[in-house]
Design a binder for this molecule. Structure first.
Ligand code: SF4
Length: 345
C-alpha cells in the first residue's frame, strides 16, 4: 500500500502516524491547507509539521497555498456549512489528485483524529472523492487516540493551535465563546487519568534510594538534603518524581537533585514538577541554578536554564569515589546553568 495522508497540523499527525506505523503502514504526509489564516498561523503550523516530520523520519510533501481570498470567496455565501461543503472537499480533493498523479493507491486524512470535526460527513466526502479518482480511502477512526496524541504533542513541545483554522473558527474561539462544545461519542471517551499532584516531602531520607539514582553519593546528598526543600510529584498515591531545592540566598535557589522513577521516565513528569516549582518560587526568587553533566545540558536549557554560569573543573573526580558516567563518557566537570525565574517562557 502506498498511502498519502492529508495532514492538517503536527499535533493531529502524532497519533495518526504512530498508529499507522504500529500497523506497519508508512504514510507520506501531505500538507495542503489553504483554510488556515492568518498567514503567521499558517506558517507556524506548517513549520512545526516540517520540523516534526523531519525529526521522526517520515516522508512529507508541502503543497504551498495560503489561499485566503479563494477560501473566503468560496465559503462566505454559506458560512454554516463551510466545513463540509468547501473546506474538507478542497483539501481532500487536492490530496486525491496528487495521490493519483504520483502513484499512490490510497489516501487518508489526519482530520479523522479530531472530535471537533464533523466526522461522518468528512468520511462521506473522502469516500466520494476516492471513488471519483479510483483510489482507496483508508478509513480509521483515529479519534480514539485524540487525547493520547495531543498529550504527546504537548510533551514534545509541538506548536498547539487554539482554533480549527479559518478566520471564522478563530472568531468563534476568541469572540463568541458560547458555542456548544463538540460531542465526543461515548465509546471514544477515555477514562480520565488521575492528575499528578505536587507535594512537599518531610521525611526526606525515606527517599534516599530514589535520590541516589540522580546523585550516586549518599555523602554528597547528605551535604544538601537537610537544608533543602524536597518536593514530590504524586500519582495514584505514589511519589514518582522528586526535586530537591536548596536556598542559596534570598534571591537564588539551586536545583540539587531531579529524579523520576525508572518506569515513569520520558513521560514529562520531571519537567512538570520543575515547571510547577519554578512557577511558585518566582514570586520570591529571581534565579534558579543547576549544576549538571555535559549530557544533561540540552534538557535543562529546554527548561529555561539557558544562561551559562560557571564550570567546576574536575568536580566529579574530586568529589565522588566512583566514576560518574555521562552517556559513554566519564564525567569530570560540573557545569552550571541559570534560569531567570521572572522571564516568561
Ligand atoms: S472550522 Fe475548520 S474545518 Fe471548518 S471551515 Fe474553518 S478551518 Fe475548515
Amino acid at each position: 500500500m502506498k498511502l498519502l495522508m492529508h495532514t492538517c497540523c503536527a499535533p493531529c499527525s502524532v497519533y495518526c502516524i504512530d498508529s499507522l506505523r504500529k500497523e506497519e503502514i508508512e504514510p507520506t504526509v501531505y500538507w495542503y491547507n489553504p483554510n488556515i489564516h492568518p498567514y503567521m498561523e499558517y506558517k507556524a503550523r506548517r513549520d512545526c509539521l516540517k520540523e516534526y516530520t523531519a525529526s521522526i523520519g517520515v516522508n512529507a510533501i508541502f503543497e504551498e497555498d495560503y489561499g485566503l481570498d479563494e477560501f473566503c470567496k468560496n465559503v462566505i455565501g454559506d458560512l454554516k456549512n463551510r466545513c463540509v461543503n468547501y473546506c474538507y472537499r478542497v483539501r481532500i480533493e487536492q490530496t486525491a489528485k496528487y495521490a493519483k498523479e504520483n502513484g499512490y493507491d490510497c489516501f487518508t486524512t489526519t482530520l479523522l483524529v479530531s472530535p471537533y470535526q464533523k466526522h461522518e460527513e468528512l468520511k462521506k466526502v473522502c469516500e466520494e472523492i476516492a471513488e471519483k479518482y479510483g483510489l482507496k480511502f483508508l478509513y480509521r477512526d483515529f479519534r480514539v487516540g485524540f487525547r493520547e496524541g495531543q498529550a504527546k504533542a504537548r510533551e514534545i513541545g509541538l506548536y498547539m493551535q487554539k482554533y480549527c483554522g479559518c478566520i471564522f473558527s478563530e472568531e468563534i474561539r476568541y469572540y463568541n465563546r458560547n458555542q456548544a462544545k463538540p460531542d465526543i461519542p461515548m465509546d471514544l471517551k477515555t477514562v480520565k487519568e488521575e492528575k499528578p499532584q505536587v507535594k512537599k516531602i518531610e521525611n526526606k531520607e525515606a527517599y534516599m534510594d530514589m535520590l541516589l539514582e540522580a546523585d550516586p553519593s549518599k555523602a554528597s546528598i547528605m551535604k544538601y538534603l537537610n537544608d533543602s526543600d524536597v518536593y514530590g510529584l504524586q500519582l495514584n498515591d505514589e511519589i514518582i518524581s522528586l526535586a530537591v531545592i536548596l536556598h542559596i540566598d534570598n534571591k537564588t535557589l539551586e536545583l540539587k537533585n531531579l529524579v523520576t522513577k525508572k518506569e515513569y521516565r520520558n513521560k514529562g513528569y520531571a519537567k512538570r514538577l520543575l515547571r510547577h516549582l519554578c512557577g511558585n518560587y518566582k514570586q520570591k526568587y529571581d534565579k534558579m541554578i543547576v549544576g549538571t553533566t555535559e549530557n544533561n545540558i540540552p534538557f535543562y536549557v529546554k527548561q529555561g536554564f539557558d544562561k551559562y554560569e560557571k564550570t567546576l573543573k574536575n568536580y566529579f573526580i574530586d568529589n565522588y569515589d566512583e566514576e560518574i558516567k555521562d552517556g559513554n563518557l566519564i564525567s569530570t566537570d560540573m557545569i552550571y546553568y541559570a534560569k531567570d525565574l521572572k522571564k516568561k517562557m
